[in-house]
Design a protein around this ligand. Structure first.
Ligand code: GDP
Ligand code: MG
Length: 321
């Protein structure tokens, strides 16, 4: 029997939703940072096994929106509660339930989909704290099962996965095996660049950044005409007649624009003598090479688009619609 279904992961910003999905998938499909509101869209991440397929819905953390982008993010998260087979309500063990957790718990009351409570980051606390906190969280709603996990250190994640599997109905393969996320490669590239910016910046900058991919193209590597010793091509050939340049994998050329909201933010991202931008570019390039399996040439431009988070047409331009 083939089992399949949709599983929404919801919770406050920063509790570790994207980290958990990456751990469950056994690969990095989603960006993660220490900044709240890293995830902006509802993204489907697909885990296909021999006899099952689980489609995880990663969601922006549920929080009170302060701008149009926030409205979009909240709506994406709430939409993910509908028509799924299971909801993972994620909280973190480092504090007692707060107003944010209680707000989400209330939203969940009216949803009859089965729910698991997932208490994350237990690696950061002592057992005694866990024993004290668990009843406080469990009381927030009706949960079919409760798990205490560490998404980062992979503690109890396998048990969670087995419990999810057990609950799945018989169903089709929704996505072709091999699918990781339901987004084009440009999205993955833009998110990777945005993640590197989030990891390097603070305060309002992470929230003011949008990344747009202008061009993404494989360029066949040209065989080199001559090498460093200036030998002609014929002398560089190996015995099977291959020229060294022939075996170079094609270069993936990515041109991206990083949008911020103010001139001051542009200056910060560029950094002293361009140092910050260079570092962001290098980190992004290395990760993009791992993701796509080609050498990458990354061209990053910074532009100011005043108050884009408040403007509907800008949100649409950046894919937040
Ligand atoms: P999201 O906003 O809920 O998607 O949270 P992220 O997955 O982006 O993670 C937020 C931060 O929490 C990142 O810095 C993660 O590395 C960290 N984090 C996630 N899971 C764990 C965990 O199990 N233990 C610890 N110590 N940190 C975690
Ligand atoms: Mg996230």
């Amino acid at each position: 029997m083939f089992r399949s279904g949709f599983v929404s992961v919801i919770g406050r910003p920063n509790v570790g939703k994207s980290t958990l999905i990456n751990t469950l998938l056994g690969r990095k499909a989603l960006i993660v940072s220490d900044k709240p509101q890293t995830t902006r869209n509802r993204i489907q991440a697909v885990y296909t096994g021999d006899n099952f397929q689980i489609v995880f819905l990663d969601t922006p953390g549920i929080h009170k929106p302060k701008h149009l982008l926030g409205d979009f993010m909240l709506k994406s998260a709430l939409d993910a509660l509908k028509e799924v087979d299971l909801i993972l309500f994620m909280v973190e063990a480092t504090s007692s339930p707060g107003p944010g957790d209680k707000y989400i718990a209330e939203l969940l009351h009216s949803v009859d989909t089965p729910k698991f409570l997932v208490v994350n980051k237990v690696d950061l606390i002592a057992d005694a704290v866990e024993d004290r906190l668990l009843p406080l969280y469990s009381r927030l709603g009706e949960f079919k099962q409760v798990f205490t996990i560490s998404a980062l250190e992979e503690k109890n994640v396998q048990q969670l996965l087995e419990a999810i599997y057990t609950l799945l109905p018989e169903g089709p393969c929704y996505y072709p095996p091999g699918t990781v996320i339901d987004r084009p490669q440009e999205f993955l590239a833009a998110e990777t660049i945005r993640e590197k910016i989030l990891l390097q910046t603070r305060e309002e900058i992470p929230h003011s950044v949008a990344v747009e991919i202008e061009k993404m193209q494989l360029r066949e590597a040209k065989p080199k005409k001559c090498d460093r010793e200036n030998r002609p091509l014929s002398q560089q050939m190996s015995q099977d007649g291959k020229v060294p340049g022939d075996v170079l994998p094609p270069l993936l050329v990515i041109e991206a624009i990083v949008y911020v909201e103010k001139d001051s933010q542009k200056k910060i991202i560029i950094g002293k003598k361009g140092g910050m931008l260079k570092e962001i570019g290098t980190e992004a390039r290395l990760e993009l090479e791992k993701i796509f399996g080609n050498p990458v040439f990354l061209d990053l431009w910074i532009k100011v688009k005043k108050d884009w988070r408040q403007k509907e047409h800008n949100l649409r331009q950046f894919g937040y619609e």
